[in-house]
Write a protein that binds this ligand. Structure first.
Ligand SMILES: [Zn+2]
Length: 396
């Protein structure tokens, strides 16, 4: 079988959204992943299933089997760099395996075949054993301490539905997730600490996270802790990331701008956005913590120019994390309130970008300008007025 290669510069920006209780405020932070880091990858497709619309977007869907350490790994090949192959596994995880010659990989199916719900349930039961219960909903499979599925699994599904309503009412239909979405709620903080140490080191302050590599949310049962309200926010925040990445709002491995991903997840923490049917006022749509942080920045006159910086690059998330979060939320709320249809259209447009391709600062700015104009001074001034008014109203 003939194999066709395309050379692709792959961005190194694959990582993890993580929720942290460091300080009293609530942050997600991003951990640079070692995966596929700084490699020039070669996307490939088998000739039989070549996409007709150019390279980059891997629209062929064959599944191959890759032998490694006496195991067989099955999945759709996404990329290859001459040494390793990146597989989209049947459970939605991304796995990187040594493969010197992809011509030798055995094709096991002529299309990608994700696990169905029953297969995912069986897989997770095997992985987590009898100490945990595995409860499926329509779109999720949730691993949780034994007890009610209504308490543990249904909230994920409810949020998923409300996320869909939010986008549909603004003119964007969600895509169906390619695989059942996995959420893992461990019993204790200790267990969580041990788990993430193996799974994703360096997450000491996290309370839960979504990994775009595993496509899983992992958190623990906070329900007997004083910070239950915050942990609810954690779940909503991470479930927003996961849902957005699996329904076409963001695309895994296309490096969506972080202001857009973190802005959206923080928007959804507010009950007026994640449950707008019951909470209809503008004040309900405000993330109070984020507003406090943003108004502090306005007082110090540190917001001017920040939107443009965030639109062009994610650098601020490395240099000034709290500012990056606050301004990302601010610009997202400003757009969602004043240009609701354009805001979701922008997100969906970004979610349409091809995976494994660079997105330059210039291209990011151009995409933003297409929807919201190019005059950032004017944009900053209008956003400032919006938040000055909002802050006054919140205080009343
Ligand atoms: Zn986040």
């Amino acid at each position: 079988m003939r194999v066709i290669f395309w050379l692709v510069e792959f961005l190194n920006n694959k990582g993890f959204a993580t929720y942290s209780f460091k300080r009293t405020s609530v942050f997600c932070y991003f951990k640079e992943s070692v995966m596929i880091n700084r490699l020039s990858l070669v996307l490939f497709s088998f000739a039989l299933f070549l996409p007709s619309d150019g390279w980059g977007q891997v629209t062929n869907e064959v599944m191959v089997s890759v032998p490694y350490k006496s195991k067989e790994y099955v999945g759709q090949p996404l990329a290859w760099d001459g040494k390793e192959v990146v597989l989209f596994r049947r459970d939605g995880r991304i796995t990187q395996l040594p493969a010197k010659d992809i011509k030798n990989l055995e094709v096991v199916e002529d299309h990608y075949k994700p696990f169905n719900r029953d297969e995912m349930v069986a897989k997770l039961r095997k992985e987590f054993g009898g100490r945990y219960q595995v409860s499926p909903t329509k779109n999720f499979v949730v691993v949780h301490p034994p007890g009610s599925a209504r308490k543990w699994a249904q909230p994920f599904q409810d949020l998923y539905y409300r996320f869909g309503v939010y986008f549909k009412s603004r003119g964007v239909e969600l895509e169906e997730p390619p695989v059942p979405l996995v959420a893992i709620v461990l019993k204790t903080r200790n267990e969580y600490d041990r788990f993430i140490k193996d799974y994703q080191p360096g997450m000491e302050y996290s309370a839960g996270y979504y990994s775009s590599r595993s496509n899983r949310i992992i958190t623990y049962d906070h329900s007997n802790q004083a910070k239950w309200r915050s942990s609810e926010d954690t779940l909503v925040h991470e479930a927003t990331h996961q849902t957005a990445y699996n329904t076409g709002i963001h695309r895994r491995f296309a490096s969506p701008p972080r202001w857009a991903t973190e802005g959206l997840a923080q928007l959804f923490e507010a009950k007026g956005i994640n449950n707008s049917r019951h909470y209809g006022d503008l004040s309900d749509r405000v993330n109070a913590q984020a507003l406090r942080e943003l108004m502090k920045l306005y007082q110090k006159e540190k917001v001017a120019g920040a939107v443009q910086q965030l639109v062009r690059s994610d650098e601020m998330f490395r240099t000034d994390l709290s500012k990056a979060y606050a301004v990302s939320w601010g610009v997202s709320l400003f757009l969602a309130e004043n240009y609701p249809k354009k805001y979701v259209a922008y997100l969906a447009h970004d979610g349409d970008r091809e995976a494994f391709r660079p997105h330059s600062e210039k291209a990011r700015a151009k995409d933003f300008a297409k929807f919201f104009g190019v005059n950032f001074n004017n944009f900053d001034a209008r956003m400032k007025t919006f938040f000055a008014d909002l802050s006054k109203r919140q205080k009343k």
